[in-house]
Design a protein around this ligand. Sequence first.
Ligand code: GLU
Length: 439
Amino acid sequence: MTGEIYKQALARLDKAASYAKIDPEAVEKLRHPKACLEVSIPVRMDNGTLKIFTGYRVHHNDLRGPTKGGIRFHPDVSLDEVKSLAFWMTIKCAVVGIPFGGGKGGVIVDPKELSRMELERLSRGYIEQIASFIGPETDIPAPDVYTNAMIMGWMMDEYSKIVRRLSPAVITGKPIPLGGSQGRDDATARGGYYCIKELEKKRNWDPKEIRVAVQGFGNAGQFIAEMLHRDGYKVVAISDSKGGIFRPQGFDVPSVIHVKNNSKELQAVYCEGSVCQLVEATQITNEQLLELDVDILIPAALENQITKQNAARIKAPVIIELANGPTTFEADDILQRKGTLIVPDILANAGGVTVSYFEWVQNKSGFYWTLEKVHQALEEIMVREFNYVYSVMESHQCDMRTAAYIHALNRQAEAVVAMGTHHYFSQQDTNKITVAAMS
Ligand code: GLU
């Protein structure tokens, strides 16, 4: 059965397919994930009881390379969501032109309710269940919402034990001493940051006049807020899953990060050294943050935040989607009519998977890059693909998401044509062509 999120994902595919030069058979193939695995993961809890968790891993499409995509630990994980996220990974890898298809995984769990040892047992148990479904040449997981480098390290170790061979290339986003890459930690945010820097040039922005609101203060949200703050942008609103803070003069972002990471509380603070004091700010909800009068809105949390219910009230003229799927299909139309520029998730947050690709290359070659080399290679890809998508948007007079899909579908189409399409196989003199080509 096709759920609501996946239906929305397919609606965007259909919209873009009408513009792209792609064979209808290839579009049809993209509508169906290649394989979906559901597993039960028994975990012995600290109090001695046994708890069974449900997990998924989906391979969406592997025409352009092994499937690639993160693993999410969240109470709202569902097969429908994992399928959609895997689909977006196929499109995302094609947008930035890295040789991967799309995959995704997830476990239904609230990791905040687990002890550290329970979390390790769950992470290893999940890999035990999906080990034959993943591999360095077939499907390569990575971190996603509520999973991190340490969890990737445990998962790599578990997989290596199962196959009896050290296999760092099976998973990316690992800690650096366990084969991780320099620069993978802030890569998702950095990719979005490079997009903003390109927009800054196009729109002649003076950073100190640009007000930014960031929804979600995990990995991506913290790093982007910090990078923009360093460049002089005014980060005026920040939220986490419990709510947000708003301050028209802007926040001292490093202080807010310091307190959040030490106390788990999001507080309006200014710190000098280790001494922090509260500064004046307004408490807001996540919904209010989205509707603030700011210049850039950065959703960096979960999907379905900007919907047909609140889209008309969104004031930000520019939205940078660091989360996957924060805007629904209907909301896109409303914002498009208002002239809002949305840099879509499949481009804006592609920095993460791009550095994952660099990590995988380093693991396979056994030669490790410097941070400078990672930044340089990431910037080159992001700037090139951002500008290409922007030019497609202008030439097709469409929104930037549709432009990114067109670009991705054209890349997918090149691979489809190389394998032979309906047009090729329906020709009568197929054998003659083959023989001629071989002689
Ligand atoms: N979870 C990230 C994403 O959605 C990264 C995936 C990866 O590195 O493979 O793009």
